[in-house]
Design a protein around this ligand. Structure first.
Ligand SMILES: Cc1ncc(COP(=O)(O)O)c(C=O)c1O
Length: 426
């Protein structure tokens, strides 16, 4: 997130240790999967934007739940049920504190970012959107933060507007005030672009929105939470959403932070067991948040595992994580820039450790397939941001995305494998 100078040569593990507050060699031992091989080669995992690996503490928390705590929450008076209810609610509290949320009831467990956005689109749409209203998103959103708004606008005959980007992959911020009108009801923005790595100045954007309208603001934090600690009160957003699995936690669990005033006004999303205060054969009275929005038996071990992931990443320190990831970003970018015909998409001034690129006319899938032979896992394709690639007029890219456990030696292996792949495919 800041830039610094780098040597061209590979760095040894001890140098990495010296240059950073993080002991990467030690940290890597916390992630069992990092010691496996792929196609006979040590795994080099640069697909953290898709999902991140889980430390042993998260695996242990999930295993402990099934081994010793398995029971349902909020339902039983027996010891196991009471114990796990407390553990689940403590997990909610961990997330509350991590995001600096006023009260735990403003944290809703969902299946992930996508479900959190769908929940808001459904409830906010029913409550606040009528014909002619306007919703603003950006040209760099993930499909999960486009499609629900498109469908809502279609259903309500509302208008969806987009903040455009420049060639570097930065939002044209001067367009935002021009897009806001008295009809603007909601603005949904990605905090960090999953394909370009751009870190959007969401705090300043929210200030602009607040100064010009009463629109609600949703921040898609799916790609931000592995790299920074959001403070939702400081941001002053109405909604903040993310997935557990990109934050080194389990799949199938995610978070919706919503300001209490919205949760009090929203009708339920899904209904059934867990969401109610009383039910008669004629009528249902719903519980308060968060239960009103958590229908059915939840992903109990998911919530507990996510809290364990937050505990893990907190003890590493986000400043240390950012420093190491920035170093990896600069080091890799420099080496990629030296490769003939290689074009990097996304050169924002404020950027996190995600690099999207293409090499000449070689198809990203061909490079991805060959890199896999060398044990290197990267992403190839459209990365669920097709409108972004329509802007650049390409079908997709190769994407390398780093986490704090990646090393400079891994970058060297990746660059060598990439060069060999290019030679084979040219
Ligand atoms: C910015 C962004 N938003 C939303 C999503 C959807 O996340 P999930 O599939 O975990 O719901 C992703 C996933 O890659 C993402 O990167």
């Amino acid at each position: 997130m800041t830039s610094s100078c780098h040597t061209e040569r590979s760095r040894s593990a001890s140098e990495e240790k010296q240059n950073n507050m993080l002991d990467i060699t030690k940290i890597r031992k916390d992630f069992p999967i990092l010691s496996r091989t792929v196609n006979g080669k040590p795994l080099v995992y640069f697909d953290n934007g898709a999902t991140a690996h889980k430390p042993q503490s998260v695996i242990d928390a999930i295993s402990h739940y099934y081994s010793y705590q398995n029971s349902n929450i909020h339902r039983g008076v027996h010891t196991l049920s009471r114990e796990i209810t407390i553990a689940y609610e403590e997990a909610r509290k961990t997330i509350q504190l991590h995001l600096n949320v006023k009260q735990a009831s403003e944290i809703i467990f969902t299946r992930g970012t996508t479900e959190s956005i769908n929940l808001v689109a459904h409830c906010f749409g029913n409550l606040a959107i009528t014909e002619g209203d306007e919703i603003i998103i950006t040209q760099m959103e993930h499909h999960s933060n486009i499609v629900p708004w498109q469908l809502l606008c279609e259903e309500k005959k509302a208008i969806l507007k987009y903040i455009p980007i420049n060639q570097a992959g930065e939002l044209l911020l001067e367009e935002l005030p021009k897009l806001i009108t008295s009809k603007t009801k909601l603005v949904a923005l990605t905090h960090i672009s999953n394909t370009l790595g751009t870190i959007n100045p969401v705090k300043d954007m929210i200030k602009t929105i607040r100064s010009l309208s009463k629109a609600a603001v949703l921040i898609d934090g799916a790609q931000a939470v592995p790299h920074l600690k959001p403070d939702v009160q400081d941001l002053d957003c109405d909604f903040y959403v993310f997935s557990g699995h990109k934050l080194f936690g389990p799949t199938g669990v995610g978070v919706l932070y919503a300001k209490e005033e919205w949760l009090n006004k929203f009708g339920p999303y899904q209904t059934g067991g867990g969401t109610i205060k009383t039910v008669t054969l004629k009528k249902t009275e719903f519980a308060d948040a968060p239960l009103k929005f958590e229908a059915g038996t939840p992903h109990i071990e998911g919530g507990i595992g996510l809290a364990a992931a937050i505990d893990y990443i907190t003890q590493l320190g986000f400043e240390n994580i950012q420093k190491h990831e920035d170093d990896l970003l600069q080091y890799t970018t420099k080496q990629l820039q030296a490769i003939e015909n290689l074009v990097i998409y996304g050169n924002a001034k404020n950027k996190t450790s995600v690099i999207s690129f293409n090499v000449g006319s070689i198809h990203p899938f061909d490079i991805g397939t060959l890199l896999d032979k060398y044990g290197v896992a990267i992403r190839s394709g459209h990365h669920c941001t097709q409108p972004l690639w329509q802007f650049y007029n390409i079908p997709g890219t190769i994407r390398a995305s780093f986490a704090f456990y990646n090393t400079f030696e891994e970058v060297d292996i990746f660059i060598e494998a990439l060069k060999k792949s290019i030679r084979l495919l040219s």
